[in-house]
Design a protein around this ligand. Structure first.
Ligand code: FES
Length: 175
C-alpha cells in the first residue's frame, strides 16, 4: 500500500501532468476555434463574393435585397447595413442610392410625403432617382450597381459609382 502511494507520488508530478492536460485542451480549443473561424469566413465569402465586377475584374460584393415583386413602384427601401436606399422608379427601374450627400457627406433621409431625399446638414434635396433638386449639392447621389437574377434584386455594395447627373442608363430592370 505504501509502495503504491510512493509510486503514485513519483509518477504523478502535479505540475507537469496538469500543465500537459491544460496544454492539450488549450490546443484542442484553438484548433476548434480556427475551424469555426474558417467555416464562418467561407460562408461570408460565399455570400458576398459571388462573381467578378465586369469593369474592374474585382470580386463583386452582392447583397441580396429581396424579390423584385416585394418592391412597389415609386418606393424607397432603406438598407442601413449596406449604406444605401433601394429606390424603384415609377417605370419599374431599380437604383441603389448611396446614403451620403454629395455636398459634404452627411446621411440623407427619405421623406416619403414629399417624395424626396433631404440632407439634414445644409438642406440639399434629391429626387427618387438621386437627382439634385436643391443645392448646395452639385452632383446626383452616387449609386451601387443593381443586378436582377432569378427574380431577386441584388446590390453590388463593393462598387460605388459617382455621377454628375442621374440617367435612365443607370437603372436596372427585371428581364
Ligand atoms: S452635407 Fe448635405 S447639404 Fe451639405
Amino acid at each position: 500500500m505504501s509502495g503504491y502511494l510512493k509510486n503514485s507520488v513519483k509518477t504523478e508530478t502535479p505540475g507537469v501532468n496538469s500543465l500537459s492536460r491544460r496544454g492539450f485542451f488549450g490546443m484542442a480549443w484553438k484548433g476548434l476555434g480556427i475551424l469555426v473561424g474558417l467555416e464562418t469566413l467561407g460562408m461570408i465569402t460565399a455570400y458576398f463574393f459571388s462573381g467578378k465586377n465586369k469593369n474592374t475584374g474585382a470580386p463583386r460584393q452582392l447583397l441580396e435585397a429581396g424579390p423584385v415583386d416585394s418592391f412597389g413602384l415609386n418606393s424607397v427601401s432603406a438598407f442601413m447595413g449596406g449604406r444605401f436606399y433601394l429606390a424603384r422608379q415609377q417605370d419599374g427601374g431599380f437604383i441603389a442610392l448611396s446614403l451620403r450627400c454629395t455636398h459634404l457627406g452627411c446621411s440623407v433621409s427619405w421623406e416619403a410625403d414629399k417624395n424626396r431625399f433631404i440632407c439634414p446638414c445644409h438642406s440639399s434635396a434629391f429626387d427618387i432617382s438621386g437627382e439634385v433638386l436643391n443645392p448646395p449639392a452639385a452632383r446626383a447621389l452616387s449609386y451601387y450597381p443593381v443586378l436582377i437574377e432569378n427574380g431577386l434584386v441584388k446590390v453590388d455594395i463593393g462598387t460605388l459609382k459617382e455621377r454628375t447627373r442621374s440617367g435612365k442608363d443607370q437603372l436596372s430592370y427585371a428581364p
